[in-house]
Design a protein around this ligand. Structure first.
Ligand SMILES: Nc1ncnc2c1ncn2[C@@H]1O[C@H](COP(=O)(O)OP(=O)(O)O)[C@@H](O)[C@H]1O
Ligand SMILES: [Mg+2]
Length: 228
């Protein structure tokens, strides 16, 4: 069953790795433009849930629908086309290509979709300006700080205009000041483009940037009432 109006919804997901039940009946749904924090202790199944929602990992059972379409009915090339055109990704570390400059990194998803270099780098720069890293365009990832690198990664995740941004512990490797700045810029950019954000985090301070929180524990999820 898909909750009315949801862009991406999952129901009763199960995923086992050998004896480990990473997901044990988890559900999830998100509306267009909504920012949902997925919280829970380490090992509870947050990343597995995100990977299933993004079509990176196939659950053993359960249903996932994107725009009302059942993911399990899509073949691999359809699912990877969906990831390239509709989804954006930010992870905790190691996501920038070290041999490329920052602007080349941000332009990469557009280049992979067949956009010319000039056009891709022009669009990349507008995103780098929004994330306040346009002055780093010619630098390589090894020459920028952790917080700057994460802002470059956020620019790259948004450059194709995704409908859903998947962020797995995006501030996990940053100090709190840089983490807050990344979250402010990420959520402003997502709100301005009406991208939904699936934000995996174990930090309450990061979850505070969301509209709603879901808690995952032992592979099961539940909506959390926020006390304001
Ligand atoms: N590829 C994998 N192979 C084996 N076990 C895995 C794999 N991915 C996750 N797990 C296990 O599944 C459980 C949930 O992991 P994960 O979803 O990464 O949790 P979280 O992101 O909440 O820390 C953990 O016990 C983890 O060790
Ligand atoms: Mg994780």
């Amino acid at each position: 069953m898909t909750p009315a109006g949801s862009l991406l919804a999952a129901h009763d997901l199960h995923k086992a790795y050998g004896p480990t039940h990473a997901l044990d009946g988890a559900g999830f749904s998100i509306h267009p433009g909504e920012i949902v924090a997925v919280m829970g202790p380490s090992g509870s199944g947050k990343s597995t849930l995100l990977h299933c929602l993004a079509g990176i990992v196939t659950p053993d059972s359960g249903s996932i629908t994107y725009n009302g379409l059942e993911m399990a009915t899509m073949n691999d090339s359809r699912r990877s086309a969906l990831r390239r055109s509709e989804f954006g990704f930010v992870f905790q570390f190691g996501q920038l290509v070290p041999e490329l400059t920052c602007v080349e990194n941000v332009a990469l998803p557009l280049r992979l979709n067949g956009t010319s270099r000039k056009e891709a780098e022009r669009t990349a720069l507008t995103w780098m300006e929004r994330l306040e890293v346009d002055d780093l365009a010619a630098k390589r990832p090894g020459e920028v700080s952790g917080g700057q690198g994460q802002r470059v990664a956020v620019a790259r995740s948004l450059v194709t205009g995704p409908r859903v941004l998947f962020a797995d512990e995006p501030t996990g490797a940053l100090d709190s000041l840089n983490g807050e700045r990344v979250m402010e810029l990420l959520t402003d950019a997502a709100r301005s483009t009406n991208a939904a954000v699936v934000l995996v985090t174990h930090e309450t301070r990061v979850a505070a940037y969301s509209d709603r929180e879901v808690v995952v524990r032992d592979g099961r999820s539940r909506d959390m009432e926020r006390v304001v």
